[in-house]
Design a binder for this molecule. Sequence first.
Ligand code: EPU
Length: 337
Amino acid sequence: MHILYNQPAEAFSTFRLHNTLSEVILIDELSDLALVDAQQPPVIIGEGSNTIFLASQVRPLLRFLAKSRTVTANNSQHLELHVEAGHNWHELVTWAVTQQLWGIENLALIPGSVGAAPVQNIGAYGVEFSDVCRYVDFYDWQERKVIRLDNNACQFAYRDSVFKQQLQGKGIIVAVGLVLFKDPKPVVTYPGLDTLPPFTTLEEIYQQVIAIRQAKLPDYKVIANCGSFFKNPVISESQYQLLQSSFAKIPGFSVESGIKVPAAWLIDQAGFKGYKYQNLGCYERQPLVLVNYGGAEGPALLVLINLIRKTIETQFGILLEPEVRLLDSNGQHYVES
Ligand code: EPU
């Protein structure tokens, strides 16, 4: 266990707002979690690709770095893996593709750690983390032990899970159990993948996903960002029909709870594509991604967020919810008043 003090927040969030983190606890062994003060549990961070520190942090943060990958079952049809939370997600995808294992190739190039994947049930191009998850191991601060949650218990939904709800702040994800498949299981219905030839290979899908992401999404190492900033809102069928009468081209996709409308389309229609506010902006190739061109600060980001949300609400009657985790100075999730 190592503790770092007064760290620049830019090094711990790919949005790189200029702030200070008073204490960062780095843990590389599961047994060291027993040393953490359970009465004042730290805020858990991964690689910072979905977390924005709106202000300097007064509470300790904790990053779990153990990253082993173990095969736990292997038969003619599938392979099961136990992967510790500190493993990088994209490296896991790349390894799976080189091993000819199907299931996560559509999730290539998603930044962040394996431990962060279940929290918001990462998803892209028709596949979600929940599709391959057998279990999640969660170290509970009060119980002082690892509890195993099966797929059902994780309550996975669109960019949501029990770890963002009831279990938020109660512990830390230390490992995940995954199942990957040996027989081809291509998911190529999403626009951009539907042009691949029949009997496409695992490598082709993987390379195509990487190409689409690189064409649309800014590389956070070059332009600071945290990927999609807002969730795609789900509205009722009747609200969607009403909107269609004013906006004939509004896209919508049927989901269990209603119609999912691309937030990117709403932001684009409202004229924010390529919009700049101080040194922040809506990325010109995918306006759902807010970017920090350098040196941005929390208060300015809040102004931009509120401007986008209010404008969309006025024009379409839809209130966008952040997809990224926005933390106030006390590590609490920021909620707009
Ligand atoms: N659109 C526009 N203008 C644009 C870009 C997009 O109107 O400039 C509209 C189009 O109608 C387009 C639609 O938005 O068809 C959807 O765009 P896209 O395929 O880029 O996907 P998205 O819904 O904006 C979601 C995820 C992404 C994921 C992609 C692909 C969320 C919040 N975002 O974006 O995830 O990569 O689908 O599956 O669900 C992330 O979570 O950080 C992320 C990048």
